[in-house]
Write a protein that binds this ligand. Structure first.
Ligand SMILES: Cc1cc2nc3c(=O)[nH]c(=O)nc-3n(C[C@H](O)[C@H](O)[C@H](O)COP(=O)(O)OP(=O)(O)OC[C@H]3O[C@@H](n4cnc5c(N)ncnc54)[C@H](O)[C@@H]3O)c2cc1C
Length: 393
């Protein structure tokens, strides 16, 4: 049967976007026997604009789904410590093995998203890249009943589904088409520039904080280390924009001098990547025939490096809600997300303001740590989704 013919069939769920949130949701639904089509306008295995430090909750999700072994076999180095460098000294936090999480990991998106897509396909989901959502199909009373898709060659096809999931990121088309109301909005945004370095030996995650700027080192695949520099959106517009590579090195030299002085012996692999900043939000996460997950539903500033972990967490919450069925389960999905995320999002917003001093920043980091512990405890409390197929271990 050809792809076009298959696409005329009806699916239980069509998922738009096949990365952290979408591929994970598709995999979990397919493992529960639902007929799932996931589409993504991007290429299979491609990179995206994102640093990719996973926190304990994110690694825990991969463990629950039987996928951490694959991430490790791709050569993703374990991260056994997180060091916070403040202007009055460093705080070194060991990452203790707990809840089946042996260490933290920061897989490249070319690795993580591919592993999730492969697992979705193995579970029986149909995943199609270079296919774009053009519009939603509506039934009586405006309920979403499917999608209008555009193939790479421009051909359009209509696909019917009981539910459409928008896992299509920060600028979600699904969220825009259903006009999902914003339920929380951040006030600040940070800009970030990052690059991958070879020949730089870094042990653990390192976060550096100084007046009005931050930097970080994240060891990843291929023996490379991601180094980022971050300032407020306004500071970026006013002082960084004119010469980004120069500003990147200046921020590293100011905030992370111990890293900056090692750069002459290291090599920058490829170009620097820049994110101009975008204020965080939470959106209504479901409605008649639709749901949102990942950045499409909830975006917080990348300064606290938690978006992928949240996308994986919410993929499992949403998949469980679909399996349970009914509006009550979807309402519970959104309520749980809000309960686990609102305080984290507020603290993140305060950090993204860059209007703190070191004493306040330490209090904010302590609050984040408490929220992350609460989140992990909530995940551990929920039974892991079944069945986990033998071949995913
Ligand atoms: C600079 C930066 C640094 C970050 N650093 C970290 C970090 O260190 N740790 C962390 O956990 N998080 C980090 N994040 C956040 C993280 O990138 C996101 O939270 C994560 O990518 C969300 O995953 P997602 O699947 O929801 O969306 P995305 O990864 O954005 O995937 C959405 C997908 O939808 C597809 N799509 C969009 N529109 C359509 C359409 N109309 N039709 C078909 N497909 C469509 C896109 O092609 C894309 O593949 C960072 C983000 C940024 C910008």
């Amino acid at each position: 049967m050809g792809a076009r013919e298959r696409m005329r069939e009806r699916y239980d769920v069509v998922v738009v976007g096949a990365r952290a949130a979408g591929a994970a949701t598709s995999m979990l639904l397919a493992r529960r026997g639902l007929r799932v089509l996931a589409v993504d306008r991007g290429e299979y295995g491609s990179d995206t604009l994102s640093t990719h430090a996973l926190m304990r909750a994110g690694v825990l999700q991969l463990v629950r789904w039987g996928l951490l072994g694959r991430i490790e076999r791709e050569g993703t180095p374990p991260v056994n410590r997180t060091v916070f460098h403040y202007d009055d000294g460093a705080v070194d936090v060991p990452i203790k093995p707990r809840d089946g999480v042996p260490a933290l990991f920061a897989p490249r998106r070319t690795v993580l998203d591919r592993v999730l897509v492969d697992a979705a396909v193995e579970a029986g989901a149909e995943v199609r890249h270079r296919v774009r959502l053009a519009d939603l199909l509506r039934g009586a009373g405006g309920r979403v009943e499917g999608v209008l898709l555009q193939e790479a060659d421009g051909e359009m096809s209509a696909v019917r589904a009981d539910f459409v999931v928008g896992a299509d990121g920060l600028r979600s088309t699904v969220a825009a088409l259903v006009d999902a109301p914003v339920t929380w909005r951040a006030r600040h945004a940070a800009a970030a520039v990052y690059g991958y370095w070879s020949g730089l030996d870094v042990d653990g995650y390192h976060w550096y904080w100084g007046p009005g700027a931050a930097a970080g080192a994240i060891p990843t695949n291929g023996g490379q280390v991601l180094l980022f520099a971050s300032v407020s959106e306004r500071e970026c517009r006013e002082t960084m924009h004119a010469d980004i590579p120069r500003a990147y090195r200046r921020i590293l030299a100011d905030v992370a001098p111990e890293l900056a002085e090692r750069l002459p012996e290291a090599q920058l692999a490829g170009n620097l990547k820049g994110f101009p900043g975008h204020a965080g939000f939470m959106k209504r996460a479901w409605g008649p025939g639709w749901a949102l997950v990942g950045d499409a539903a909830y975006f917080k500033d990348p300064i606290t490096a938690h978006g992928i972990s949240d996308a994986l967490r919410d993929a499992e919450l949403l998949a469980s809600a679909f399996v349970e069925g009914g509006e009550g389960a979807l309402a519970e999905y959104e309520a749980t997300r809000d309960e686990l995320s609102t305080r984290f999002a507020e603290v993140t917003d305060r950090i993204a303001s860059f209007e703190w001093d070191t004493a306040e920043l330490k209090i904010l980091h302590k609050a984040l740590s408490e929220e992350m512990k609460r989140e992990v405890a909530a995940i551990v409390d929920r039974p892991a989704p079944r069945p986990v197929l033998a071949h995913t271990a």
